[in-house]
Every structure is written in C-alpha cells, then in structure tokens.
Design a protein around this ligand. Sequence first.
Ligand SMILES: [Zn+2]
Length: 412
Amino acid sequence: MPVDLILRNARLANGRAAGATVDIAVAGGRIAAIEPRIAGDGESVDADGRFVSPGLVESHFHLDKSRILDRVAPLPDRRAMDYMKRTSEVKHTFTVEDVYARARATLEQCLLNGVGHMRTHVEVDPNIGLRGYDAVERLSKDYAWAIDLQLCVFLQEGWTNVPGAEANVVAALKRGAPVVGGAPRYDADGPGQIRRIFALAKEYDVDIDIHLDGGYTTHDMAIHQVCDLTDEIGWGKRVAIGHGNKYSCLPPAELAALGRRLAGSGVAVSVLPATDLFTSGRHLEHSVIRGVADANALVAEGANCSIATNNVLNPFTPYGDCSLVRIANLYANVVQRGTEQDLAECFSMLTVRPARILRRSDYGVAVGHPADFVVWNARTPAEVVATVAQPVMGFKRGRRVFTHELPALHRP
Ligand SMILES: [Zn+2]
C-alpha cells in the first residue's frame, strides 16, 4: 500500500507485554493500517518492541502563569496560603509578548514529554484583560503542528464581586473559547459564580471546567451544586472540575457515593497532585493532610478522572519539568496505588480518560485516527508510570515531533 511512514514492532496497550508486536502504517497523517507485519515503501521507524501510546493529554494546565518565579520567588513561610494574591501582584507585568515567551517555553517542554493535547486555563481578570488570551491563542495556532491546544477562559481572582470581570469572559467566548471555567473559592459568592458559569456555558454552548473543592472540610463541598446544575441543563460529559482536595478527606463509603454521583451526572475530576500536595494542609505543622483525591476509587465507581500537571514554576507550584508521567508517578505514590492494574489505570488517566474530558472522538491508536503516537522506553502502560519511562520519540499526524537519545553508559 502507498504509505508515508511505517512504525514497526510497536507494542500496544491492549497487547500483553510478552505478546506480539504490530506495525502501524501512516498515510495522509492518519493511521492507515495496524497489522502484525506491513510491507511497504516509504520511511520506516523501528519501535523495537517498545510500548506505543497515543500522545498524552494534559486536561488541566496554566501556560499563561508558568515560569514566573524570577519575579515572585517562593517564601520561607510554609504556613502561608497567599499563592493567588502573590501571583496577582505581578500580573501587571504580563504583556502579550511575555506571556507568549513563557508559555512557549513551557509548551515545548510538554511536547518533549509526549503531550499531544492540552486544555489550558487562561485568566482574563481585569488586571490582565485579554492579554494572556491573545498570547495563548496565538501560541495554539503557531504550535498546531505539534499539539491540539484547547483554551478554557476563567477568572482567578473573583467574578460576582469584580466589576468588568464577566465582560472579559464573554469577550473570550465570543472569540471562540470552547470552555469556560472558574475559581469560586476566590469569589465573595462562590455558588453565585458557579451559577454564572453554567448560564454562560448554556448561552454559548461551551464546556465547563471549574477549580473546585480545594481545602479539607467535607460538609461544604461545592460538587453537589455542580452535579445538580449539570443535570439541570443536560451538560453531562461536558463538565469537569480540577483539584477536589476535599475528596481526599472523605471516608471510603462517602468517596464511593461521590464517585457514583459524578458518574451519574457525567462530571469528571482532574486530580492535580503537584499543586494539591504543595498547597494542602498548610494549617498543620505535622501529620499534614496530603489533599490528593484518590481518582482510582472514583473511577472504580464509574466516574471519569484524569491526572494533570496544572502549574509549573509559579507560587502555586514552584516545581515542574512538564513530565506528565512523573506527575502520575507522584500521584500513584501519594494515593498508595501500586498494582499493575492500578498503574495501568493511572496511565489511562493521562490518555483515554482526559481525551474524553476534551471530547476528542478520534483519539487513540486505531485505524482512521490521526497518526499521533509516542514510543516509550517501556513495555507496558504500568511500567511507564512505575519507572517514569522516557518517551523515545513522538509523532503528530504522522510527522515526527521529537526524538530523545536513550541514555548510554560508557563502560571502560
Ligand atoms: Zn488550575
């Protein structure tokens, strides 16, 4: 057959580690065939029996405020909880060019770590207006060859109590933002902000992704209001929330009940381990609450969940190498999930599960789908998470996006 590329000796997720490998033929940027052995001319790349996955999906990220520690360094007070305020104080320095340059540096690191899809939240609070949105929108066009970037417009610093704030959200929605988000925790009227988000989602026919249920008290969880509104406007499978630290404080039976409620309403949860760990339990000096929700437990009840990076090198998370696999490894370690099945589920929370949140209907290594894949230096999805395996090479629509040399020991 006429093909542009054949990826040979690939091991897919549904195959057993010791089982047979396949060849994947690419034509016109799409997967044309997956067979045990494909004859054909054109470029041939040998996966050498390694595990091949679709490109990773970052379902919750903040490109626009990444890499700002040079202007707002971490403070030594470990009890402080002023990440939002400290970020707000330097937001006036965010020009379009500045946001673009920082977001580009972060995005390129994500690409090198195997990410091929991303939902990035973009702040349009009055102190930045649409400057961040302008920058990230331009970035999404400039890097369309490597990644599908989905913009979620939101207000970080309050909505119902901030004059002019909603007008910026509406302006971004009119420009085509496909997702509206929020941070009701920082609103004088959190439930009121949630109601405005759902009203705008319905009016502009966009999806919803809200920062929700940070903290450690469980009598006041906002997820019930979110599920109620999702049912009310029929937005099932179009709503996600990020964080859910409070769910880590629920006894198992209540966590399971929450999982069933999320499943019934079609509301997904993105767990954000790096930020959740860095910001949780700050009121405690010892036996610190970890604040990372057990997504595996929610998935077991039928809910959809993902694991995501969220922040890189800013006051909310002063770390980050943009390795989503490292974040999954961190998550698995914290929630004490280590079986082959649990770790494979963690990998699905970087791939097929967040792809559902982003509503990518043609996601996955299958005939007819875009030829997006990553070759890992591992043989199974569980091994990728357990060992923080290196992505060896990545392709987007059949074109090579990156290559990593495998480490080599130089023996005497
Ligand atoms: Zn976030």
